[in-house]
Design a protein around this ligand. Sequence first.
Ligand code: HPA
Ligand code: ZN
Length: 383
Amino acid sequence: MGIEEALPASARDKLRAELLAEDHIFIQALPKVELHVHIEGTITAELRWKFTQRNGTPLRIAANGSEIHSLKELEHAMDLLRPDPSRVNNDEERFQFFEAYYEGFACLKTKQDYFDLAMHYYENTARMNVRYAEIFFDPQGHTAKGMSWDVMMGGFREAKERAERELNVKSAWIMCFLRDLSPESAMEHYEAALPYRDIIVGIGLDSNEEDRPPVLFDEVFTRARKDGFKLTMHCDADSKNAHEHIRQCASVVAGHGLDRIDHGINAAEDQGLMNLIKERDLGMTICPWSYLRHTTFEELGPKIRTLLDVGIKVTINSDDPAYMEDCWVLHNMLLVRRLCNFSDREFLVLARNAVHACWASDAVKEGMLREIDLVQQHFMGEQ
Ligand code: HPA
Ligand code: ZN
């Protein structure tokens, strides 16, 4: 990191308000595809409080130590966990994030909870004109606390169907394996998920990436590709061995590399990696707000611009809104406009990139591209 520091939490709150105050009629109107959001990263304090009250379960979080007795107390405890460069360094920040994130899983007990969580995502993003989403879930975090697949997937499935029927939001799910757990555990979960494959379009890899290179999971990803799943993996921003992890994702795992890369922002530092990603036409799911926690404006904007300018299919997404100042896909788009000075025309490129990079059927993709054309005509009076 240079002289400038990453923004503290209070400055990020201020930035969010500033961005929303800017004219964003065009960005709001764009039909959107979201390809990188963790459903467990959308468990807000309100939802956590609602579920624990409804289920009569105690609520304790590490930052606080003692039992939490009100939504206010919960919000305060979650606030203490927000990364702040004045309090924690980069590595501590990552560790603290994962601790807070996995702790959140405990509030989900019933099919209704899973349903409500997914509906909360769909309702929120329908208001931002999200038309299609591929949503991550981390099954190992749920089975570890004894959750049944039927409860979890049943809730997701009902919400998916309702969102499509009532909100005009289509979606599919991406099952992520936790890379800090064993490849054997990933394989066991892969097999257990097969009965639900009608709503699972792809397989991903997330969690703590330190010393867990993509090739460790080659066997399960190779099998998933043979079985017809699409493949992606996280390459977290500025992680140790980031370039090597991106190279393995782009060209090694499952024979010749994956179908997309999640984050992978450090590719912008290496022309060879950018060439590889471009040759393979891999979409990249960029989540700018999440990088603000440990990088600076000065570093971030040029990297995202470089990836787009070389012709890589960059897409803009939210990652974990409940842990990121309540910033969803719209806020992330407003942030990249500020960071990279993107024009409305560049937002059309980003919107179309997400359609091309998604794993929906050709008919769904064509429908979304037509909608984007209409918005272009409406605002620019041309094709
Ligand atoms: N990186 C890795 N794992 C995650 C993330 C992330 O940004 N969010 C939720 N799980
Ligand atoms: Zn992520």
